[in-house]
Design a binder for this molecule. Structure first.
Ligand SMILES: Nc1ncnc2c1ncn2[C@@H]1O[C@H](COP(=O)(O)OP(=O)(O)OP(=O)(O)O)[C@@H](O)[C@H]1O
Ligand SMILES: [Mg+2]
Ligand SMILES: [Zn+2]
Length: 323
């Protein structure tokens, strides 16, 4: 994938920190056990002694080297087993003194079968996503500071229920979406006029989903399209990230300039993610009718398949400025 090489060297550094941390933990455990249980310490000394014997056999080049090595292997396994059972007898897990790996697949080397391990690519993607998100207010909004008091509870809206009832339902759906987030999962299309909390709720979802360890990309559509346009001739790092992030939040769809390149980039991105069942949250000020006018049918029909939440009420930016 076309990620900047800087993110690869960042990932290598991060992996080497993980290895270091794990080996420190192991050293601490070994120190603790040696201090408490000299018998286990003795077994561990014998175990490391088998390595010296192995080197000696190899340098000796004796005719019966093969038999000696296989006897040594047996000795080594038997010692490991005795350490295991002693540990368990003393109430420790059997592998308490075995090497610790954060990723069992690549044993924290970052490589399996000549390929980067998924754990390594996850770090690369997270680093690149952090850079792309660094200009956005990802941490600023939470469900807890989303108040229903701003929405009227007296006058029925054109849809029937009051704005507060509609928004209480939207809040519940968004909370549940964040709580149940997994891969693959559904999409949300947040629709409604300006200042009604679409960005606030999508960022609240982002905050929760990030806490669960998923990588989330948030961006306003005009901003992301400008970035995609700029990288047209220099790899496709931003497009890769937008296509592969666990959750993609496209804010302010419809606020971008009318332009055929933009529409085709949007179509390609949204189509790729929908086909792969990769979750998206899109927010827009446009009504369905306007989406149909602005975008060609291929794109607008895909937007219509998303789970739409209609936002009601009065502009909260204005309400808050008068508080
Ligand atoms: N229910 C709410 N409780 C508290 N603050 C809110 C609530 N809804 C919105 N806000 C705040 O009001 C401001 C405007 O909300 P937000 O940006 O989410 O609106 P929006 O629907 O995304 O508008 P636009 O369509 O213009 O992008 C933000 O500062 C947001 O934090
Ligand atoms: Mg907004
Ligand atoms: Zn791995």
């Amino acid at each position: 994938m076309g990620f900047d090489s800087k993110f690869f060297s960042d990932a290598e550094n991060e992996l080497s920190e993980i290895r270091m941390r794990n080996s420190e933990i192991l050293d601490r455990r070994a120190g603790e056990i040696s201090a408490k249980y000299p018998d286990i310490a003795e077994l561990r000394r014998e175990l490391s002694g088998t390595l010296g014997k192995l080197v000696a056999i190899i340098t000796e080049r004796a005719d019966d080297a093969r038999e000696k090595i296989s006897a040594l292997e047996k000795e080594n396994l038997a010692l490991q087993e005795r350490i295991r059972t002693s540990l368990i007898k003393k109430g420790y897990p059997g592998d308490y003194l075995s090497p610790i790996y954060s990723c069992k697949i690549c044993r924290d080397t970052g490589i399996v079968d000549d390929h980067y391990c998924d754990c390594f690519m996850d770090i690369v993607k997270r680093r690149a996503a952090e850079k792309l998100n660094s200009t956005t207010p990802l941490k600023l909004c939470t469900f807890d500071d989303f108040s229903l008091a701003y929405y009227d509870d007296e006058v029925p809206t054109e849809l029937g229920p009051t704005a507060r009832k509609i928004m209480a339902k939207n809040l519940e759906i968004c909370r549940k979406y964040a709580e149940d987030f997994h891969l693959p999962c559904g999409n949300l299309l947040l629709r409604g006029k300006t200042g009604l909390g679409k960005t606030h709720l999508s960022l609240s979802i982002a905050t929760e989903v990030i806490k669960k360890g998923y990588n989330v990309i948030y961006g306003s559509v005009p901003d992301l399209l400008r970035k995609l346009d700029k990288e047209k001739f220099e790899g496709n790092e931003v497009m890769n990230l937008l296509e592969t992030a666990d959750l993609l939040i496209l804010d302010d769809l419809g606020a971008e300039m009318d332009n055929r390149l933009y529409t085709s980039l949007l179509y390609s991105l949204i189509n790729t993610r929908l086909n792969a069942s990769m979750p998206m949250i899109i927010s827009t000020n446009l009504e369905y009718r306007e989406l149909g006018q602005k975008y060609d049918e291929r794109l607008s029909s895909r937007l219509m398949t998303m789970n739409g939440l209609y936002f009601a009420g009065k502009d909260i930016r204005v309400l808050k400025s008068g508080e």
